[in-house]
Design a protein around this ligand. Sequence first.
Ligand code: C2E
Ligand code: MG
Ligand code: MG
Length: 607
Amino acid sequence: MSDYSATLISHLRATLGKMEVALGAIGDSIVWTDSSGRIQWSNSTFDRLVARQRFDILGASLLDLLPLKQEGQHIDAQAHPLIKVLQQIKTTDIYEFKQSDKTLFLEISSVWIEFKGQETSAVLVIHDVTERKQAEEQLLYHAFHDSLTGLPNRALFMERLGYVVESTKRHKAQLFAVLFIDLDRFKIINDSLGHTLGDQLLIGIASRLKACLRPTDTIARLGGDEFTILLEDIKDISDAVHIADRIQAQLKKHFDLGGQEVFTTASIGIALSARNYEQPEALLRDADIAMYRAKALGKARFEIFNLDMHTRAVAMLQLETDLRLAIEREEFQVHYQPIVSLKTGTITGFEALVRWQHPQRGLIAPDEFIPLAEETGLIVPLGYWVLREACHQLKLWQTQYPSSPPLTVSVNISGKHFSEPDLIPQIRQILQNTQLNPQSLRLEITESVLMENTESVVSILLQLKAMDIQLYMDDFGTGYSSLSCLHRFPIDTLKIDRSFISTMDVDSKNLKIVQTIIMLAHNLDMDVIAEGIETEDQQAKLKNLECEYGQGYFFSPPLAAVAAEVLIAKLYASSSSEPNCEASEYKSAQIEVDIPQKPSRRFLICL
Ligand code: C2E
Ligand code: MG
Ligand code: MG
């Protein structure tokens, strides 16, 4: 060999060595095979990928060393010669490769096939995209799962439900159900225990719900305290009912949250696929409607969707739209029901009770729209309107018919107002604008409002008291409070709920309860108003029990402002200093008024 050749060979060897190092430094694997897929050469990145030494690699079959899977299927070089497989490769395809204990994701980013006479060979560049793929999967997981509980979210649930709805269109006999679960009073737990414990409770609930289901069922958290369950392949409605029962039983057991025992219940709505749903959203909507029905019927129960519920929901939606318009157009009226001193027979003031003068339906009683107004938050502007109207009206009456002490007005305040940051300034503003003395205003709060948000509510009540406004606890006996809690609230007067008064004469137990409430209120320096007095006998009994005040149809139903004014004027004329409504004294004057709850009936009251 000449010197020149020897130098050339050594130069070529050195260059080859450098190329080998350079190709090994590339992050991608490069492998060269013959037409049957036997490896002729590979770079060191490929060697590391298949975790073999070079001498094991050269001459070995590429697909033996790198058994690639696509969509769960191995690429089979026996069935198709490798070159044919390679010709069909798309550079965007991703292959799975199981490397010892982990799965790698590979892209064949380029394939170069060389035809040289009879000889065919191929060079593959393989790009490891495992990290990118994992990041994508992570993103995908987050897009379809709830980060707190790890359960599928609304998007995934709807996708799954959509799939089942479609498949049921083809296989009519298939039956499935959707359960819509909403926790009862979760907001109270969350607000009182804090969000961290609230979150723990949701996690606990998610795991109990999962334990109630079969592996084929889908459970999702839609958000907040709302969960949904898709029960596939059920026999009939009894399967769904059985699961709903099981869920109720599981949730009833206490949760231990950092040493604190917490109890919760859930309201469940069930919609069954038997109604031939076209869209998954319609099923979820109906399950939601049924859940609302379960809440309205007392919570901690389940209801199965039926068409009546749909009709009711549509009517409610219409009512909500009308209510929004009504607030804009001020279609409301305030009626006034006298509050009478049982001792002296004197009217001391009025309770302001709102009515809705609906353009088509006529006068609507508050029970029909207040719950909806509360739910939609419309009660806040409505409440301020009533307060303004009542304060304004009372100021007019006080000026026109002065008495000592002056007439008072009680206005019902919804729980929603207590979450309004500007409640106090708003009330102050209304009093200032109407020039009503705060001592003439009473605010009525139902006991459940007090019990559900004790601390924040008490602080607002104290501010109201500091403004000289008196506070009444309304509908006492119907909420959660026990008599022993009463002293915690800065309340001036208890209003005993009508349900106790109306059954007082038929049930001696209720008479005893009324007596106890009155005694307890007196011990706590509170006055008592008995609501819903309808008979002379009830009035006499309450007077005997030393109940200070009474309100009810026995004296007068709520009256429109004009009718109430006629009443005040009559009483004022008969007494130079103060109105006096001793029932027997006013038999001569009669006013005809509508009872708002039953617009068809006319009612005669004696004045
Ligand atoms: P409430 O505050 O307990 O008002 C007393 C209710 O009992 C009134 O019903 C009144 O008409 C009725 N009532 C009075 N005496 C008798 C009686 O002798 N027999 C019978 N059967 N009923 C009697 P109304 O006016 O239908 O109001 C129902 C409820 O709606 C009120 O109960 C109150 O909780 C709410 N409400 C009324 N107006 C307002 C308001 O402006 N704001 C808020 N937040 N709630 C209001
Ligand atoms: Mg009231
Ligand atoms: Mg009441």
